[in-house]
Design a protein around this ligand. Structure first.
Ligand code: PPS
Length: 570
């Protein structure tokens, strides 16, 4: 087998002049702002990384992929690549509509000529594709909790590829890696996928895989899941650059690509192989537990250890790329070398460090043994991974009007300021309503918008190491969950405090006289009276201010946050 040619790639980008004129025409088209996952998928669709797909899957292909791991025409395709949108957006479309797909700044990247709109059974998709509907599986959680309920399918006309300003010199299109291999005379190339930093064991896996099939090596880490403004992302890529230097010169290339992780184990391993074929690789390394979610070692794994290797091998003849299976390597002290697990002798002493232990060593400045990693890689991670008590966090109060949120929040701000050393921002319900959300009403839609704005500001503060204290009513579970995801996704802590003061106590206090107005029907849609408050199911802390003072409540919160590790009061 030799590296592929340019001609068999689906390049969905329009020629420059046509793209320019379509950009001008697409202003009136219905417009969809892509999510980060959709942007990654779009990039691989447009640049040919997802060849033979020519757009987001339509319903017939989707059903066939979910049921048989093949497109409707029988071509192997293991995972749905779909465009999920809310019902209201899907309902606003007419047959034959084209949708402008935009990046977060509103730049149109592509036009989707919609051929299909349907509401999939996402539980079924989870069961078939991920083998489970368990929400503790991150891919399933994403599918069932964070995707929109309607899928749009159709072909794409590409206008611009998503822009990247980070590590541009390491980003290549499939046509570029192919051209590079041709130029270098690399006829056999093994693709190696990772989304974790590479230590010595991973370097061994990649090196030995390439050696075993006498091929060159493409280190092809996926950065599709990491935000380019998250500095662990930058550290991870610098780790790849360090690891790259430990491979023999002239045999190994490093390039980044945007495949978003799904943690779908066997099916995803096959998708990873197809993508590498499109980037011009002739072989692809599949490890044990490839694309599996991180799990507590005592938990039952979602996928059997060899499942990814078996499926990739089973489909190999249809994939157009050869599968190289990699064993698990362990470090044997007496031999001072990594050895495949099946070659370990009974008298051998095995050394191992779990991911958790490695992180502990990095965080607490403890030694990381030479055999485990490279000093440059460890140094890079030590600089990037901050201990919890140096990270930002958000304290998110929720509760009825008059429950005591603002009073405790103010007391808490004072406590943090007394301790010193941390920047604190208070986003109180009333203050936000005056400054950020003055045009909003108390309809469900506007309350959600208000809370999402608070969440956005809190996540920015948290991302930059600050403490955000939010104190809105935030009556809806789904919106609070989405704020939690935004803040946690920014690498910070999220501490939800339910101020669970009973409504009769809140109403008895009626500091602003609003309950009386609501009872008299002069205010409509008042939370707790004629508008719902959904009680938090699992807040970090629940406080009833009819049973404690604001001072005591603030102290309880401080203890909770200390227990979680985000502050160190000693
Ligand atoms: S929400 O639902 O989270 O967007 O509400 P929030 O921004 O926190 O605003 C709550 C404050 O607005 C006053 N107010 C009302 N609350 C609830 N329902 C209705 N209809 C309403 N109209 C005005 C009320 O004073 C709330 O302040 P707090 O400090 O919570 O008492």
């Amino acid at each position: 087998m030799t590296t592929g040619t340019r001609s068999d790639l689906c390049d969905l980008m329009l020629p420059a002049d046509q793209a320019e004129s379509l950009k001008k025409e697409c202003g009136p088209f219905p417009s969809w702002d892509l999510t980060p996952r959709q942007t990654c998928d779009l990039e691989l669709l447009l640049n040919g990384g997802f060849t033979p797909l020519t757009g987001f899957l339509g319903q017939a292909d989707y059903d066939a992929v979910v049921d048989t791991m093949r497109l409707a025409d029988g071509t192997v395709w293991p995972m749905p690549v779909v465009l999920d949108v809310p019902e209201a957006f899907a309902d606003s479309l007419k047959d034959g509509d084209s949708v402008a797909l935009r990046d977060p700044e509103g730049v149109p990247l592509a036009v989707l000529d919609v051929a299909d709109r349907w509401t999939p059974d996402r539980e079924r998709e989870a069961q078939k594709v991920y083998g489970t509907t368990d929400l503790s599986h991150p891919g399933v959680e994403y599918l069932l909790r964070r995707t929109n309920p309607v899928y749009l399918g159709g072909t794409l006309r590409g206008l611009s590829l998503p822009s990247h300003y980070d590590f541009q010199y390491l980003r290549d299109l499939p046509s570029e890696t192919r051209a590079r291999f041709r130029k270098m005379g690399w006829r056999r190339v093994v693709g190696y996928h990772t989304d974790q930093p590479m230590h010595k064991a991973q370097v061994e896996v990649a090196f030995r895989a390439a050696k075993s099939v006498e091929a060159h090596l493409l280190l092809h880490p996926s950065v599709g899941g990491s935000e380019s403004d998250d500095f662990e992302h930058f550290a991870r890529v610098r780790c790849y650059e360090h690891a790259h230097k430990h491979f023999p010169e002239q045999t190994t290339a490093l390039s980044l690509m945007p495949l978003a992780p799904r943690w779908a184990g066997p099916r995803e391993a096959v998708l990873q192989a197809i993508v590498r074929r499109n980037f011009g690789c002739t072989h692809f390394v599949v490890g044990l537990e490839q694309a599996s979610p991180d799990q507590d070692p005592s938990a039952t794994p979602y996928y059997a250890p060899q499942a990814a290797q078996s499926l990739a091998r089973e489909l190999e003849s249809d994939l157009g790329i050869e599968i190289v299976t990699a064993p698990k390597y362990v470090f044997v002290q007496e031999r001072a070398a990594f050895v495949a697990l099946e070659e370990v002798r009974e008298r051998d002493t095995l050394l191992g460090i779990s991911r958790e232990e490695f992180l502990r060593r990095v965080l607490h400045d403890r030694e990381v043994p030479e055999w485990f990693s490279f000093p440059e890689v460890v140094g890079e991670l030590r600089r990037a991974i901050r201990p919890l008590d140096q990270r930002g966090f958000t304290v998110f109060f929720t509760g009825l009007s008059g429950s005591g949120k603002s009073t405790i929040a103010k007391a808490l701000v004072q406590k943090f300021l007394e301790q010193g050393g941390r920047r604190v921002t208070l986003l109180d319900g009333d203050i936000v309503r005056k400054n950020l959300s003055s045009e909003l009403t108390f309809s469900k839609e506007h309350r959600d918008l208000n809370i999402l704005r608070i969440g956005f500001v809190a996540s920015e503060i948290t991302k930059n190491g600050g403490i955000a204290i939010c104190a809105p009513i935030a009556p809806y579970t789904a919106t609070r969950r989405s704020v939690r995801e935004t803040v946690e996704g920014a690498g910070g802590g999220f501490i939800e405090v339910h101020v669970a003061t009973p409504i009769d106590v809140c109403e008895g206090r009626d500091r602003k006289g609003l309950y009386a107005l609501a009872r008299a029907g002069k205010i409509k849609g008042f939370t707790g009276i004629d508008d719902p408050y959904e009680v938090p199911e699992a807040p970090e802390l629940s406080i009833d201010t009819s049973a404690c003072s604001p001072e005591e409540a603030a102290q309880d919160i401080i203890l909770k946050i200390e227990g979680l590790g985000y502050i160190n009061v000693r």
